[in-house]
Design a protein around this ligand. Structure first.
Ligand code: EPZ
Length: 432
C-alpha cells in the first residue's frame, strides 16, 4: 500500500492549481442518467472516487469518453482535470449492487435519476468514509413525498414509481447535500411542481442546478433554502463545467497558514469559501482574492487560536474541520472546534496526538491547546479529510512523517504530492 513521506519544516511558496470539485463532479456525473443524450462535463478531477463512479454508472449502461488527455481550455493552467462525455442512451440495469455502492456513499444518489427515468430503482445501502452513521431516511422520505413506493429489503432500497413521480412540497427536517441533489434530479422529471424547503445551499447544489437547467430542467432558487422545480417530460444533453474545489483550496490555504509562506491558489473562487477564509484570516494569515485566484501569505507572527463550529453552507464546512484542527495544533493558545454535521468526525485527533498535538474531546467539541512544535511520526487515518489534516501537520512538524493508507487521499486530492512539492514541500509517495 502506498504511503506519503514528508519531511517537515519548509515554508510553502509558489502556485497551486485548484482542481475541479470532487463533490460537484460526482452529482453532475450522476445527472447523466437522466437523459439519453450526451452530458459533457469539463474540469472533472482525476480522482479515485470519480473512477469508481464511472464504474457504477457503467453498470447502469452509461458510456463515457475522455476528450483528449488534458483540459487546457478555459484558463485551466494545471492541465490536470479532464473533459468527459457521459451518455446513458439506455439504462440497461436499474440495480446498483452492494459491491459497487458500498465503496462510496455518493453512488447511492443514482436512486434519484434511475427512479425518475425508469420508474424503478434498486440501490444498495451506501458505504463511504467512516465519519458517522449517515442514514438515508431523508432520501426515502423525500422520494416518498414525490409518490415513490419504497421498501428496504436485505440491504437494498427498492423504489418504484410506475406512473412517474409527482411533484410535491417537501420540507427537509435536516439540511442534507445528498438528499437535495437527489430530490432535485428526481423532481426534474416528475409530473408537476416540486418545492424543496430547508434545502442545502452548498455551491455544489448550485452547480448541479446549473447543469440540470442546461439540460432543460426548470429550476429556481438553487443556492437558497427554497428550490422550486417544474418537472419536464424529458431532458437533453448539455455541456457544463465543474466548479473549482473549495475544500481543496481551503486545505492548501490552511497548509500555508500553518507552515508560513506565500502561495497563489490558482483558479480558487473566494465566494465559495468565505466563512473558511475569514477564519484563516483570523489565525493571522493574509488572504487576498485576486483575478487569478486567492493569494495566501503568512510571515513571521505566529498562529492565533480561533474557535470554529461546522455548519451547512454558508457556514464553516465540516470538510475543512480536520485540516483546521491540524492548523490549531500549533496556535499560540487554546481553540475549541465543534463538529455539528457528523457525529464521528474526530478520528484525526489521536493521530495528530502522535505528532505531539494536545487535544481533548468533550462531546462534539475538541479543545486544542497549541504547542510550539510538532514532531514527525508514522500516522494514518480512516477518512479523506482526516488524512489530509495529517499531511498539513506533517508539513509543519520537525522531521519525518509518514502518512499511511494513501488511498483515502487519492479519493479526493488530485496530485497532492506534486502540488505541494511544487511549492517547496519535501513530500513524496512511496509505493508498495
Ligand atoms: C456531502 O455528503 C459531501 N459528500 C460530504 O463530503 C460533506 O461532508 C457533506 O455533504 C456535508 O457537507 C459529497 O458531496 C460526495 P449530508 P452527504 O447528507 O451528502 C445526515 C468529503 O469528505 N443525514 O449533507 O452524504 C447525515 O448523517 C465528504 O468529501 C441524515 O440524517 O452529507 C449528516 O449528519 C464526506 N439522513 C447530515 O445529515 C439522510 O438521509 C448531513 O449529511 C441524509 C443525511
Amino acid at each position: 500500500m502506498d504511503r506519503i513521506r514528508i519531511v517537515g519544516g519548509n515554508t510553502l511558496a509558489g502556485t497551486i492549481p485548484i482542481s475541479g470539485a470532487k463533490n460537484a463532479a460526482l452529482p453532475l456525473m450522476i445527472a447523466s442518467l437522466l437523459t439519453s443524450q450526451t452530458l459533457t462535463l469539463e474540469n472533472v478531477p482525476h480522482l479515485a472516487d470519480v473512477e469508481q463512479l464511472i464504474r457504477i454508472l457503467g453498470n447502469h449502461g452509461v458510456d463515457y469518453s475522455v476528450n483528449g488527455k488534458r483540459d487546457h481550455q478555459n484558463g485551466n493552467a494545471s492541465g490536470y482535470s479532464r473533459t468527459i462525455n457521459f451518455t446513458a442512451r439506455d439504462i440497461v440495469d436499474t440495480t446498483a449492487p452492494y459491491e459497487l455502492v458500498s465503496k462510496m456513499r455518493a453512488s447511492f444518489w443514482v436512486i434519484g435519476p434511475v427512479l425518475a427515468r425508469m420508474g424503478e430503482a434498486k440501490v444498495s445501502l451506501p458505504g463511504g468514509c467512516a465519519i458517522g452513521t449517515r442514514p438515508v431516511d431523508l432520501f426515502i422520505d423525500g422520494l416518498q413525498a414525490l409518490g415513490a413506493d419504497i421498501d428496504v429489503d436485505t440491504g437494498y432500497v427498492v423504489a418504484k414509481a410506475k406512473n412517474r413521480l409527482r411533484g410535491n412540497r417537501y420540507v427537509f427536517p435536516k439540511v442534507s447535500v445528498g438528499a437535495t441533489h437527489v430530490l432535485m434530479m428526481a423532481a426534474s422529471l416528475a409530473r408537476g411542481e416540486t418545492v424543496l424547503e430547508n434545502a442545502a445551499r452548498e455551491p455544489e447544489v448550485v452547480n448541479l442546478a446549473e447543469c440540470l437547467i442546461a439540460m432543460g430542467a426548470k429550476i429556481h432558487g438553487a443556492g437558497t433554502s427554497t428550490i422550486t422545480i417544474e418537472g419536464v417530460d424529458e431532458l437533453s444533453g448539455a455541456q457544463v463545467r465543474v466548479i473549482p474545489d473549495r475544500i481543496e483550496a481551503g486545505t492548501y490555504a490552511m497548509a500555508v497558514a500553518m507552515t508560513g509562506g506565500d502561495v497563489l491558489l490558482e483558479g480558487a473562487e473566494p465566494d465559495l469559501l468565505e466563512a473558511a477564509l475569514d477564519v484563516i484570516r483570523n489565525t493571522g494569515a493574509e488572504i487576498t482574492p485576486i483575478n487569478a485566484g486567492i493569494r495566501v501569505k503568512r510571515n513571521g507572527a505566529g498562529i492565533s487560536p480561533v474557535d470554529v463550529t461546522t455548519e451547512p453552507f454558508p457556514g464553516f464546512p465540516t470538510d475543512l474541520q480536520a485540516q483546521f484542527m491540524g492548523l490549531m495544533t500549533m496556535a499560540k493558545g487554546k481553540s475549541r472546534i465543534t463538529e455539528t454535521i457528523f457525529e464521528n468526525r474526530f478520528m484525526h485527533v489521536q493521530e495528530l496526538a502522535r505528532l505531539g498535538a494536545h487535544i481533548t474531546l468533550s462531546g462534539q467539541t475538541a479543545i486544542v491547546e497549541g504547542v510550539s512544535k510538532l514532531k514527525g511520526a508514522p500516522v494514518m487515518a480512516t477518512d479523506l479529510r482526516a488524512s489530509v489534516s495529517l499531511v498539513i501537520a506533517g508539513l509543519a512538524a520537525e522531521g519525518e512523517t509518514t502518512v499511511n493508507r494513501v488511498y483515502h487521499l487519492d479519493r479526493g486530492f488530485e496530485r497532492l504530492e506534486e502540488k505541494l512539492s511544487g511549492c517547496g514541500a519535501v513530500i513524496e509517495r512511496i509505493s508498495g
